[in-house]
Design a protein. Structure first.
Length: 348
């Protein structure tokens, strides 16, 4: 009898630990993000103490450091905040698509959403000479059109699974070809502007851009949090979800729209920061030891972007390297590993 009771107690402890782990991981990720923001703002080639930072934040100036206010308040802090916001959006968007399509390869930068946004931005620059917020609107609009096109082409598979991903990869390749053609037909100054935007950079961070992205995310992220239970219900399969009373078609379209908007507004603000949406979900899932968590994925995405920007701005000998180049270089091996692992599992 005592052995049986001990076994039950042990099982209860395991279950309690499993329930506590997600909350603990979220708390640790939140603290890590705060630490990453502090590192990005306070450290680097120009260091600032914590008391001096709060002096600048409250509107004061530093007598012993001329120019500190501009460096911190107009460069380092805006880049940190914009990077965190964009990372939150990329991470959440990637987790939405991976959970919705039940495939770790499903992310906005692989299935063509980010490429569609890039095509929209380049089109705005090349054909209309637009800058700033107008370019962002074109990027968002083209991303939505690409997502709609992928949905229509993959309608035979109800928009989910490998068919959706393959259609997205094909559309992404086509959009990349069009971008390359447009880049070859424009002036050197426009090409430089478009290239900087497409590399995924926080160098153009400013408080106006941060305000627009913040207001957008204040609408999108709470909507995702409010409706996320329907997404998890859909992940178990259409038939079972339908039996639970979930309107599968409406939920699928709704979350694809939310995922596209999250990826598009982040891409519009910073350019396509490669592989952040792709890697955030798997990392968060591994940390939590369970199913996908949109909140954890968003926090992981923010941490990756902020720290990658710090490395690119301060630890690369060649100078200020765009954050998208660093995340692309780090994410490409992970993509190759996942593809190789999927192939082995398929043979097994």
């Amino acid at each position: 009898m005592s052995v049986s009771l001990t076994g039950r107690e042990h099982l209860t402890q395991i279950r309690r630990a499993a329930r506590k782990r997600p909350h603990l991981v979220l708390a640790l990720l939140s603290l890590t993000l705060l630490g990453a923001l502090a590192v990005r703002v306070l450290l680097g080639s120009y260091t600032v103490t914590i008391p001096d930072f709060f002096t600048l934040l409250s509107g004061g100036n530093l007598d012993h450091a001329r120019g500190a206010r501009y460096i911190v308040m107009e460069d380092k802090l805006p880049r940190a905040v914009l990077g965190a916001l964009a990372g939150l959006a990329f991470g959440a968007a990637g987790a939405i698509f991976q959970l919705l399509l039940r495939n770790p390869l499903a992310s906005p930068d692989i299935i063509g959403i980010s490429t569609g946004a890039s095509l929209g931005a380049v089109t705005a620059i090349v054909f209309f000479g637009l800058t700033g917020f107008s370019v962002s609107l074109f990027a968002i609009g083209f991303a939505l059109v690409v997502a709609l096109l992928i949905m229509l082409l993959s309608a035979g598979d109800t928009g989910a699974g490998n068919r959706f991903i393959l259609m997205g990869i094909g559309i992404s390749a086509l959009a990349s070809s069009v971008i390359s053609y447009l880049m070859s037909r424009i002036s050197s100054s426009d090409a430089q502007t478009a290239t900087l935007w497409m590399s995924g950079s926080l160098s153009n961070a400013n408080w106006n851009r941060i305000s627009i992205l913040s207001l957008t995310l204040l609408i999108l992220l709470p909507t995702v949090a409010l409706l996320h239970r329907y997404l998890h219900a859909l992940a178990v399969g259409d038939e079972l979800a339908h039996g639970l009373g979930v309107r599968t078609h409406a939920v699928r379209w709704g979350f694809i729209t939310l995922g596209v908007l999250l990826a598009a507004v982040a891409t519009a603000a910073t350019g396509p920061i490669a592989f952040v949406a792709f890697v955030s979900g798997p990392i968060a899932r591994r940390l939590q030891g369970g199913p996908h968590s949109l909140t954890a994925s968003a926090l992981v995405g923010a941490i990756i972007v902020v720290l990658a920007d710090f490395v690119g701005a301060n630890l690369i000998p060649s100078g200020n390297l765009p954050v998208g180049i660093l995340t692309g270089a780090a994410g490409a091996p992970l993509l190759i590993w996942l593809l190789a692992r999927s192939q082995k599992e398929g043979k097994a």
